[in-house]
Design a binder for this molecule. Structure first.
Ligand code: GLY
Length: 421
């Protein structure tokens, strides 16, 4: 069976690696892929753009691709699923209508309200004066969210009223026509990534990611400096509440709106100090770097799960099976990230790190240039280790990270420490 994966991040490398564990997957094509997918046996990168739906569809038809798996939110929000479905090409990922759960914060909030899903209080604004008056009245801290995809740069947690006013002004000036202003809540965040066929919804192992650049969760927000799974905070009792209070009502509401949602529904949740889950955001795709932490723990073949979602037979599958292990994923970033950074630094040590017990280096911002693996993005590698316990998983992941070399490389030193309690 040939599978085509759309995307070029660490998440997509992890998806490809996991798919290729199954003997029924004979080849994976990656659009456009990265240095990691280029180096894998039975995987080939294709130089289509991710928004070249016509090119992707033609390639899939001519080459007998059995399934297209879409990694990032952008092609989903642009309607890649609708396009491929119209050509009868099986595709894992929601339609454009479903992807609004991520591409429009205000739409997602209206779904949550209709579904009575617990979520922070909020209001929507389309003009600066009213938004500013609301902020003055509510006070700080307060959260300002741009309505639209913003590559992680559209959410501002403002500590002061002035910061919130500045954020609103900046976001309106950047042509976001609509903003959501949300109550600030405290607690610990977890990511629950669930698979759905539009009728049944099943969570994968819960994970926690580390969004800030600096140790102790300090400094600028990033796309994710590391992750671990399963998150000990997400007890079976809490996961049950998330299933009944969040995942099922959300899916039922999407269904009522005649949205046939098949793919990933990712709930970014705050667990409040009294233990209640509240949804901060939904995403329409696998998390990055949570996927790099979760998938190496999966025993059930990923391909069976993805096909069951597309073919609407998730309810008939046995429970998802997992290794009796935990994982830690350390992101290695380029100097300067999440600000500006240089590309083209030669990377060494990947084979040595991969030879470490329980360790796999997923590649994100990399490419092969003149037969050398070089950096090509801000988040460069995800060094993931699995082990029977977190002390060992953390130790292995950092042993792996220390074997990597490239000029200016940076990683946090405290990934998964929270899992130790
Ligand atoms: N790790 C956060 C995200 O994937 O959006």
């Amino acid at each position: 069976m040939k599978i085509l994966v759309v995307g070029n991040g660490g998440r997509e490398h992890a998806i490809v690696w996991t798919l290729l564990q199954s003997p029924q997957v004979t080849q994976v094509l990656c659009v456009p892929g990265n240095g990691g997918t280029a180096m894998m046996d039975r995987c080939q990168n294709l130089s289509f753009r991710m928004d070249d739906f016509g090119g992707i569809a033609r390639f899939a038809e001519v080459n007998g691709v059995a399934l297209v798996v879409v990694g990032p939110e952008l092609p989903l929000s642009l309607g890649i699923t609708d396009y491929l479905q119209n050509r009868n090409i099986p595709v894992f990922g929601p339609t454009r209508a479903g992807a609004q759960i991520e591409s429009s914060k205000t739409w997602a909030k209206s779904i949550m309200e209709e579904a009575r899903v617990p979520t922070p209080r909020s209001a929507t604004f389309t003009d600066l004066t009213t938004a500013c008056a609301y902020i003055e009245q509510q006070g700080a801290p307060i959260v300002v969210k741009a309505d639209g995809l913003a590559s992680g740069k559209g959410v501002v947690v403002a500590e002061t009223v002035q910061d919130a006013l500045n954020a609103v002004e900046l976001l309106f000036a950047q042509d976001y026509g609509k903003l959501l202003i949300e109550e600030y809540i405290t607690g610990q965040e977890i990511s629950v990534i669930a698979l759905t066929d539009g009728k049944t919804i099943r969570p994968l192992l819960p994970a926690q990611d580390h969004k800030r650049i600096g140790d102790g969760d300090t400094g600028a927000n990033t796309g994710g400096m590391g992750a671990y799974a399963p998150a000990p905070l997400a007890t079976p009792a809490l996961m049950k509440r998330i299933q009944y209070e969040v995942l099922e009502p959300t899916l039922a509401t999407l269904k009522r709106k005649r949205i046939d949602y098949r793919g990933v529904l990712y709930a970014g949740l705050m667990i409040t100090p009294n233990g209640d889950p509240k949804v901060l955001e939904f995403n329409c795709r696998f998390g990055d770097p949570e996927t790099q932490a979760i998938l190496p723990l999966l025993t059930t073949p990923l391909i069976e799960l993805l096909l069951a979602c597309v073919e609407q037979r998730l309810a008939a599958l046995p429970p998802i099976e997992w290794k009796p292990a935990v994982s830690t994923c350390v992101t290695i970033a380029a100097h300067g990230y999440p600000g500006s950074y240089e590309r083209g630094k030669v990377i060494g040590g990947i084979d040595s790190a991969n030879a470490n017990d329980g360790t796999i280096v997923f590649q994100a911002g990399t490419q092969i240039k003149q037969n050398r693996l070089v950096t090509d993005g801000g988040r460069v590698l995800s060094v993931t280790s699995i082990a029977p316990d977190f002390v060992t998983a953390i130790d292995r992941a950092y042993q792996g990270a220390r074997l990597i070399t490239f000029e200016g490389m940076y990683y946090r030193q405290d990934i998964a420490q929270r899992a130790l309690g």
